[in-house]
Design a protein around this ligand. Structure first.
Ligand SMILES: C[S@@+](CC[C@H](N)C(=O)[O-])C[C@H]1O[C@@H](n2cnc3c(N)ncnc32)[C@H](O)[C@@H]1O
Length: 304
């Protein structure tokens, strides 16, 4: 197993601004009573459960079930009996860290590039009285993390965060090297099929709007996990749980969003306009069957 390249390309400076605007958008949606993830403190896809519920916690339920199914120790207990140390690489508002801490105990460290998200997550940890166990920092997951994880992590989760990495395969290598032996890396993301043309209008629109210039394809993620010396122990295709819009509704939204572009691009909120457009292009990729929403768990070998 290698630690991956030592020096990483710096992350995009646009990402913090993008998430500051998304937080404001979620706040605004809350005022009109529409949950876009603020209830679960998540910035990931709200999936549909078997009972029809659409929420950020549906992915959390899949995550917990996956961790349970692939555990080598009783769920909630690592080899030391202290509860797992979880690193959330790209933690958003902290919802996943809080969820895993509530169900597994142990400790969680969340990293984000957004000072706004880190401040919100830290305040929420204090409000919940879990600030000793759930900590958040504005740090690059590609940077040195030895001070935070001197003995490595039991579980590293990267939910819709590798899409922003300048080199997702190298990031997977670095994160894998931070796992303890038998530790698990969880990657959840929208993964384009291999072979979708780089200049495909929908792929390009999605990447531009969501600040995901190097989003990794399904095959690229698999290859990076293997290259990092990890063994895939669970591969769940959650695409069927991704809510879909009717084709006509999607087409009309795209038309309307493009129509307001000349106005929107002149305002500071253009980043939101681009994000909405990016999301619609991603929906079209789903409609065309060219992207899958995958939850992959891969284990580092070795004895503890
Ligand atoms: C789509 S949000 C997902 C947040 C969270 N995982 C969730 O499920 O709600 C992507 C997150 O990745 C973070 N991120 C992107 N690149 C990062 C980097 N290089 N280091 C740390 N965090 C990063 C962003 O700041 C943001 O919090």
């Amino acid at each position: 197993m290698t630690a991956g390249p030592v020096s990483a390309r710096p992350p995009s400076t646009d990402v913090p601004r993008y998430y500051a605007w998304l937080s404001r958008f979620q706040d605004a949606m809350r005022w009109i009573g529409h949950d876009t993830g603020q209830r679960t403190l998540t910035v990931h896809r709200r999936l549909r459960s078997a009972s029809g519920e659409v929420s950020g916690d549906v992915l959390h339920a899949h995550l917990l079930a996956g961790l349970g199914a692939t555990a080598t120790h009783p769920v909630g207990v690592d080899a030391t009996g202290d509860g797992p140390l979880v690193l959330d690489a790209g933690c958003g508002l902290g919802g996943t860290a809080f969820f895993l801490h509530a169900h597994l105990g142990g400790r969680a460290i969340g990293l984000t590039l957004s000072p706004e998200q880190a401040a919100r997550a830290t305040a929420e940890a204090a409000r919940r009285g879990v600030d000793a166990a759930c900590r958040f920092a504005v740090r690059d997951y590609d940077g040195p993390l030895d001070d935070l994880l001197p003995a490595g992590a039991d579980v590293i989760v990267a939910i819709e965060s590798l899409a922003h990495a300048p080199d997702p395969a190298a990031t997977i290598g670095r994160l894998a090297a931070r796992l303890r032996p038998q530790g698990r890396l969880v990657v959840v993301d929208d993964m384009p099929a291999d072979g979708v043309a780089d200049n495909d209008t929908d792929l390009a629109g999605f990447r531009r709007g969501w600040h995901a210039p190097h989003v990794a394809s399904t095959g690229a993620v698999d290859a990076a996990l293997a290259q990092a010396g990890l063994t895939v122990v669970l591969d769940a295709d959650l695409t069927a749980s991704v809510p879909r819009r009717a084709a006509i509704s999607l087409a009309l939204r795209l038309l309307a969003t493009r129509a307001v572009a000349p106005m929107a691009t002149r305002t500071p909120a253009r980043v939101l306009h681009e994000a909405i457009l990016g999301g619609l292009h991603l929906e079209r990729l789903y409609a065309r069957g060219l992207v899958r929403y995958r939850l992959v768990i891969a284990r580092r070998p070795g004895n503890r």
